[in-house]
Design a protein around this ligand. Structure first.
Ligand code: UD1
Ligand code: CA
Length: 453
């Protein structure tokens, strides 16, 4: 058996009230469609077809790197019509798995069971029992419990409307059967749409048994139609990720206040305080303490690092034993070697800071190389930008830069030197020298302050 997968994603998603096509909305930092793609592609398959809609070019453009075959459904005439667009590319002997681009939480286990269930008769549906089945197609069974029909809510009579077993919309059908039935589907219903669900009656008519698999949870088959459902799915997904991490030894003070939008690798005994957001690819070592309200993106953090609250880290590499924050900002291409201290209101960009160096208060260090065991005082600024170009500041080992110093790049401050507080450095400083630019202090005796008129 070989599997062809068709993901339906042509619907407009009107209820999102958004210019962004619905399947491009993000769940945990990844588009809904990519979630479905990633789950689908964990099964052994021949090809994945994505049916996208008119105006959905944006979907194709943004997800161009996905290894799928894009199929245009020019007009949205219903789910059967959507599937039909992909069928010319599907071999008769394949099983066809039909997924929805806006049902992102479906699991590979459930899909495997569904594929398995379809092996005998060539047709299996994924269903669920819902306390509140409103909005879904209802599964109609006969006295022997065999499925004989799916009725859309809008076409239900009162008795049918009370049925709680619903159609998730996801199914597996043998290619040859699907092709034969789909051309027979008509649109004489409340919505004048070609309903894929009508193939159930055609199967029953031909004595093909319609198998069913029950979804593990209702959230798994929940379609995202509006922003409330998107937020609900997000919270559910985040909790699952949080528990996975905790089961592997990561400490989360409150799993409900931890967000992972990407991939996180963490060693043991690392602990996250509340409201930490991790984005992209982040690797964190052992015994790392992360304070509340930190944002960390695409970074690598070694062992025994402490990150105090409200710190923002993007594309940085942090050596072991570093202490960062609170309120620090590490921008792209920052490298902190071991045991560096970065304090409050310090911004570091495209800079390499040597081991045991301290930048503890209110400084900007950009486009710089700083050696080891140096001390950068409060309010030090590397003036790296002349309005047109960026220039490099180099600071050696064991340099003491006093407070409120401006370093006008390009400039090279050599090892062992001292820069007096308040100095503006515009020339290189030689090894072990003291550099000072400071006008002499003078006094005017008995100074009268101006009076308010
Ligand atoms: C469909 C099912 C219903 C099921 C429900 C589960 C039919 C007729 N009904 O109803 O039994 O309970 O899903 O959520 O199949 N799409 C296209 N092109 C179209 C129409 C839809 O690509 O012309 C896509 C949508 O983007 C969406 C999926 O198909 O991903 C389902 O379409 P939607 O309109 O949401 O179907 P429902 O009316 O909810
Ligand atoms: Ca829907």
């Amino acid at each position: 058996m070989t599997l062809s997968i068709v993901i339906l994603a042509a619907g407009k998603g009107k209820r999102m009230y958004s210019d962004l096509p619905k399947v491009l909305h993000c769940l945990a930092g990844k588009s809904l469609l990519e979630h479905v793609f990633d789950t689908a592609s964990s099964l052994p398959y021949r090809e994945i077809h994505v049916v996208y809609g008119h105006g959905g070019e944006q979907v194709k453009e943004q997800l161009a790197e996905l290894d799928v075959n894009w199929v245009l459904q020019d007009q949205q005439l219903g789910t059967a019509h959507a599937v039909q667009q992909a069928l010319p590319l599907v071999p008769d002997k394949d099983d066809v798995l039909i997924l929805y681009g806006d049902v992102p939480l479906i699991t590979d286990e459930t899909l495997s069971s569904l594929v398995q269930a379809a092996q005998e008769s060539g047709f299996a549906l994924l269903t669920a029992y819902l306390e509140d089945p409103r909005g879904y197609g209802r599964i109609i069974r006969d006295e022997l419990d065999n499925i004989k029909q799916i009725v859309e809510e809008k076409d239900c009579n009162d008795e049918q409307r009370r049925i709680c077993e619903i159609n998730s919309g996801l199914m597996v059908v043998k290619g040859s059967l699907l092709k034969k039935w789909i051309v027979a589907v008509e649109n004489s219903n409340q919505q004048n749409e070609y309903y894929l669900t009508d193939i159930v009656e055609l199967a029953v008519f031909e004595d093909v048994e319609v198998k069913s698999v029950l979804a593990d949870s209702s959230i798994e088959i929940q379609g995202i139609n509006n922003r409330s459902q998107l937020a609900e799915a997000e919270r559910y997904y985040q909790l699952i990720q949080a528990h996975h991490l905790m089961q592997r030894g990561v400490g989360l003070l409150d799993p409900a206040r931890f967000d992972l939008r990407g991939n996180l690798e963490v060693g043991t005994d690392s602990v996250f305080d509340i409201n930490v957001i991790i984005e992209g690819r982040v690797k964190i070592g052992n015994n790392v303490q992360i304070g509340s309200n930190c944002y960390i993106k695409d970074s690598i953090i070694a062992d025994n690092v402490t990150i105090h609250p409200n710190t923002h880290i993007d594309s940085a590499v942090i050596g072991s034993g570093c202490r960062i924050g609170p309120f620090a900002r590490l921008r792209p291409d920052t490298t902190l070697n071991n045991d560096v201290h970065i304090g409050n209101f310090v911004e570091i960009k495209k800079a390499d800071i040597g081991k045991e160096t301290k930048v503890n208060h209110l400084s900007y260090v950009g486009d710089s190389h700083v050696g080891s065991k140096s001390n950068i005082g409060a309010g030090v600024i590397t003036c790296n930008y002349d309005g047109a170009n960026k220039h490099l500041t180099t600071i050696g080992d064991n340099v003491f830069v006093g407070s409120d110093v401006q370093l006008i790049a390009p400039v090279n401050v050599k090892s062992g030197s001292t820069i007096a507080a308040g100095t503006t450095i515009s020339k290189d400083v030689s090894e072990n020298a003291l550099a000072i630019t400071r006008i002499e202090q003078r006094e005017i005796q008995n100074w009268k302050r101006p009076k308010k008129k």
